[in-house]
Design a protein around this ligand. Structure first.
Ligand code: ZN
Length: 69
């Protein structure tokens, strides 16, 4: 029996509450990154940020982390 191990996918929550990410971006997780914490660490290396909004963590890709003017 083989089990394929699927890690956590962290995808961009978009620039604000009502707007989807224009790129539908997701963190490219390293091969051995399984937990959300590990994947977020990969994301930080790729320019992602995590923000707390309304008590929830929102993941922002490099495009969305700067609010549109
Ligand atoms: Zn985004």
């Amino acid at each position: 029996m083989t089990a394929t191990r699927i890690g956590v996918e962290i995808s961009c929550d978009g620039p604000d509450e009502h707007t989807d990410c224009p790129n539908s971006a997701a963190v490219r997780a390293a091969y051995d990154s399984v937990t959300a914490r590990q994947v977020r660490a990969n994301g930080r290396e790729q320019g992602w940020t995590v923000r707390r909004r309304d008590g929830r963590l929102r993941d922002l890709c490099p495009t969305c982390r700067r609010p549109a003017a």
